[in-house]
Design a binder for this molecule. Structure first.
Ligand SMILES: Cc1cc2nc3c(=O)[nH]c(=O)nc-3n(C[C@H](O)[C@H](O)[C@H](O)COP(=O)(O)O)c2cc1C
Length: 360
């Protein structure tokens, strides 16, 4: 394709939309649409894919779209194209406007960092399996913090015992609220897929792996409602999940000391303000942190429950001891190679999400 300012191929545009589609999204909803016209890829929200119970104000939808935007931009950059990014060119109305544009303005070789991150796009995935007990080294944490800062966001690591305890309590609290909310369970169940060919949602094996017993302080999202079955609330289950046999504090402490307990890095990603552009930026930062972790050989999974609910979301920020707005919590560590294999989560084809307008 020859244009006034630059030369690029339709394949490069398709590859960028395909890379964008590999971004993480809430419940793998992939809530985005792309249009290509006049050397510009435009990203819009697909509100038919919103999840209004867990995400009533579309905050997590915007975070998901921000991660897709980063991937699309990285793919164009890795192909040596220079790109100008525009945010909310039509204003902040998600139902009518574009969230962002990627305008191809020329050629520029990618930086080493851009190539490394673009290469990690197809290898990144959410790893809900147990991690090894190894702690996250300070040097890796610095790299992840710089990745968030490169997108204008902050990343706090919960290292103090008090803060980690506070977060694990908040996660458990949010998990309990959601576990007992039939609307939340019904919405979640509608995004769990039995069909191995399904191109969106969470495949059942990945959902079930979230419910496995794991030696950890941090409750991951249970896609089965605590039952091992999707969408069923088991009222006979004890609040602490022990089946009624309570261990003494000493016994519990001993179990934790002797088990191969994972000690993941727990990272809180946030923004100073909380408008649509901040949330989109948080998605870019989330994407950049996760890709940086992947490039470093680290495994990651979001710990979303505590930020689904506004009340616990505000408390998470105070647990980190600062101001601003929490956008995401992540668990980061080293993958356990002896864990059951990862179930890949599939994506919609490019033809489903890209409108290629004639004349371009
Ligand atoms: C905003 C947002 C919130 C998410 N929350 C959770 C969560 O609470 N628990 C979880 O296990 N995964 C969470 N995820 C990860 C998605 O489930 C995952 O990205 C999606 O299923 C696609 O799978 P993949 O990341 O392996 O490609 C979240 C992702 C995003 C972008």
């Amino acid at each position: 394709m020859v244009t006034q300012s630059t030369t690029f191929s339709v394949e490069q545009v398709h590859a960028a939309v395909e890379a964008a589609g590999l971004a993480p999204s809430i419940h793998n909803t992939q809530p985005w649409r792309w249009r290509f016209r006049d050397e510009t890829l435009a990203l819009s929200a697909d509100l038919s894919r919103a999840v209004p119970v867990v995400d009533p104000d579309h905050r997590q939808l915007l975070v998901s779209c921000g991660a897709a935007l980063l991937n699309g931009w990285l793919a164009l950059r890795a192909a040596g194209l220079d790109v100008e990014v525009g945010e909310f060119p039509d204003g902040p109305d998600l139902s009518t406007g574009r969230l962002a544009t990627l305008m191809i303005i020329g050629h520029r070789p990618p930086t080493e960092d851009e190539s490394r991150l673009a290469e990690a796009i197809s290898r990144r995935h959410t790893d809900r399996r147990p991690f090894t007990p190894a702690a996250l080294p300070a040097d890796e944490m610095r790299k992840l913090r710089r990745a968030a800062e490169a997108e204008g966001c902050w990343l706090a690591s919960l290292t103090g015992e008090d803060a980690r305890l506070e977060l694990s309590v908040l996660l458990a609290r949010a998990d309990w609220i959601e576990r007992n909310d039939p609307d939340y369970q019904a919405e979640l169940a509608s995004w769990v897929r039995d069909d191995a060919e399904a191109t969106d949602g969470i495949p059942r094996p990945a959902a079930l792996s979230s419910a496995e017993q794991r030696p950890t302080e941090f409750t991951t999202r249970d896609f089965t409602g605590g039952t091992g079955e999707i969408g069923v609330i088991d009222e006979s289950r004890d609040a602490d999940g022990t089946g009624g046999e309570l261990a003494s504090a000493d016994e519990a402490g001993e179990r934790v000391r002797t088990a191969r307990v994972e000690h993941p890095g727990v990272l809180v990603l946030g923004t100073d303000a909380d408008g649509p552009a901040d949330r989109l930026r948080a998605g870019r930062a989330l994407g950049r942190v996760l890709l940086t972790a992947t490039a470093e050989g680290l495994a990651t999974s979001p710990l979303g429950q505590a930020v689904d609910i506004e009340a616990t979301r505000a408390l998470v920020r105070s647990a980190t001891g600062g101001t601003g707005h929490t956008q995401m919590i992540m668990r980061v560590g080293y993958p356990d190679t002896s864990a059951p294999p990862h179930t890949p989560t599939r994506r919609r084809p490019v033809s489903d999400v890209l409108e290629h307008l004639s004349g371009t």
